[in-house]
Write a protein that binds this ligand. Structure first.
Ligand code: MSP
Length: 520
């Protein structure tokens, strides 16, 4: 694999980040970190979507300019992602000057090509979706099904994009690339939506929506948010429609994206509008669009009116977590690929205590402690090369890679925990403490060394989910955590001194639910 380019949806900045935004960024970060272990040029783009009527209205309500409002809130997203160790390569804001300039050129190219045309239009606009809805989309009471609000009747002369021109090509692409939309159970839904598509409005009159990128040579029109927003995936990495080679070297290396991660609610925009725009620009389509499910809180939909909106940094604070790893692990394994997941304090505490503290952390701690107790922390040459767990560990590496090839992040984490459980059982079955007592020292040393070799593999595999814990495990094992997955052998530990008693530390301390209750 020469490169791996992944992106997330860019978040609206009309509020602070919540756990749903965090879910997507964590999922993508775990995917990105996994593929960084498989290639040298992995790239991860995220950012914020800052134009449109909602920002215009909310900033006015707050008595500040839209730009000030965006600056303030975009910073909240950046701060949250830093707290969660989201290791993005680039953070794009749609108010970045370079993005705005290229969006104008993209628009112009499509006008010149005849794919964008001017047309007088009456439509139903939902500002929640930042989209025109058709009568068919509405509930029986005429409301937007997602925002339960009556859309506004808007009569304007707008620019339209010839989406219908690309309908057949998109259907063909989806049918000939069955893994374009992940998970595949969403393919039919998209094909059904494609049956009824019409050309789409891609601009708004400035007097109605002023906060946006003006159309070049027609400044009374403002480019409608979705063309602006979707283009971020290519403007960020240096696409330039006026350049005969399509833009920068970076763009040519990274595009097409390997996986674009988004929520199921915006799949239509990414599997219909976005491919059509790319086709119109003569650019290749992303390899995969991964539509993840939604996160509920205590099985209820998260909403301001229910007062159950959870901030991701709030969880870290409530449980007094000094590292985000447990929260990352919990969120990344919250749902099977593409399905909805749930967050609850109780489940969070139980799962991370069971998997990360009791099973994984304790296993390392106990084994290293025994190595110190029985062998002064030394691995003797005769302990090496007799590992019954190697085949199982390497099989797990293969299985984890296979799951990631299908973006099955939860499923991969289950394989890792299975390996932890198998290794724990190996310790129980072989009872090294009994072997030591009985004077069967060599066998005791072999068992402990075998376990520690597997722990290096576990450290590598858990790294994308828990980079800090994995780093601490690797430190205590004198293992290079930057080892590529293809180079894993399960026999990296060498004969010699491994660790002193005072350097053995729990890699993860149990989280306490009472603390969270009190804080609430
Ligand atoms: N700005 C658009 C996306 C443009 S992409 C070119 C947008 N923004 S959003 O802030 O509303 O949502 C950002 C992402 O967060 C979307 O992928 C959305 O699905 C996801 N989520 C928002 N709430 C969510 C949950 N409760 N659970 C999981 N993800 C959810 O849409």
């Amino acid at each position: 694999m020469e490169k791996f380019y992944t992106t997330t949806a860019i978040d609206y900045v009309n509020g602070a980040p919540h756990i749903g935004h965090a879910y997507e960024k964590i999922l993508t970060d775990v995917i990105y970190r996994h593929f960084s272990q498989r290639c040298d040029n992995a790239y991860f783009l995220t950012g914020t979507d800052e134009h449109g009527i909602k920002i215009q209205k909310t900033s006015a309500q707050n008595g500040i300019s839209p730009q000030e409002f965006c600056d303030m809130n975009a910073q909240k997203f950046k701060d949250a992602w830093r707290a969660l160790d989201i290791n993005y390569s680039q953070f794009i804001r749609t108010t970045d000057e370079q993005h705005e300039r290229i969006v104008q050129k993209i628009f112009k190219k499509l006008v010149d090509k005849g794919d964008i045309y001017k047309h007088s239009y009456t439509g139903l606009y939902c500002s929640g979706c930042e989209a025109f809805l058709s009568e068919k989309d509405l509930t029986e009471d005429g409301l937007c099904p997602d925002h339960l609000k009556k859309p506004e009747v808007v009569k304007e002369e707008n620019y339209f994009f010839k989406l219908t021109k690309y309908k057949d090509a998109i259907i063909k692409h989806i049918k000939t690339h069955p893994d374009f939309i992940v998970p595949s159970f969403r393919v039919n839904e998209v094909l059904n939506q494609l049956e009824n598509i019409e050309d789409i409005s891609v601009s708004r009159v400035k007097s109605n929506v002023s906060w946006g990128v003006p159309v070049e040579n027609d400044p009374e029109q403002v480019i409608y948010v979705w063309i602006d927003a979707l283009s971020n995936y290519i403007t960020a990495i240096g696409y330039d429609p006026e350049n005969p080679n399509d833009g920068s070297e970076k763009f040519r290396t990274l595009w097409p994206a390997d996986v674009q991660v988004i929520g199921k609610d915006i799949l239509k925009f990414h599997s219909i509008y976005w491919p059509a725009i790319l086709m119109a620009l003569d650019l290749p389509l992303p390899k995969h669009i991964l539509a993840h499910g939604w996160i509920t809180i205590d099985e209820a939909k998260m909403s301001k009116s229910l007062g159950n909106v959870i901030s991701p940094t709030g969880v870290l604070e409530a449980f007094e977590l000094s590292i985000p790893d447990p929260f990352r692990y919990y969120m990344a394994s919250a749902a099977p690929c593409g399905k909805d997941g749930n967050y609850s304090d109780e489940d969070f505490k139980e799962k991370v205590n069971a998997h990360l503290a009791n099973s994984m952390g304790n296993l390392l701690n106990r084994t290293l402690s025994m190595l110190v107790k029985y062998f002064d922390g030394d691995i003797k040459p005769e302990f090496l090369g007799k590992n019954e767990l190697t085949a199982q560990a390497l099989e797990t590496v293969k299985a984890v890679k296979h799951h990631f090839d299908y973006f099955e992040v939860q499923e991969a984490s289950q394989k890792i925990i299975e390996l932890v459980d198998i290794t724990n059982k190996y310790v129980t079955d072989n009872a090294p403490w009994t072997l030591a007592k009985e004077g069967n020292t060599e066998k005791c040393g072999i068992v402990l060394t075998n376990v520690l070799q597997v722990m290096t593999v576990i450290a590598s595999l858990i790294y994308p989910y828990c980079p800090n814990i994995a780093g601490e495990m690797a430190k205590q094992l004198s293992y290079d955590i930057t080892t590529k997955l293809d180079d894993i052998t399960c026999d990296t530990l060498r004969a010699g001194h491994l660790i002193n008693k005072e350097d053995i530390k729990p890699v993860f301390l149990r989280v306490d639910s009472e603390l969270a209750e009190k804080k609430k």
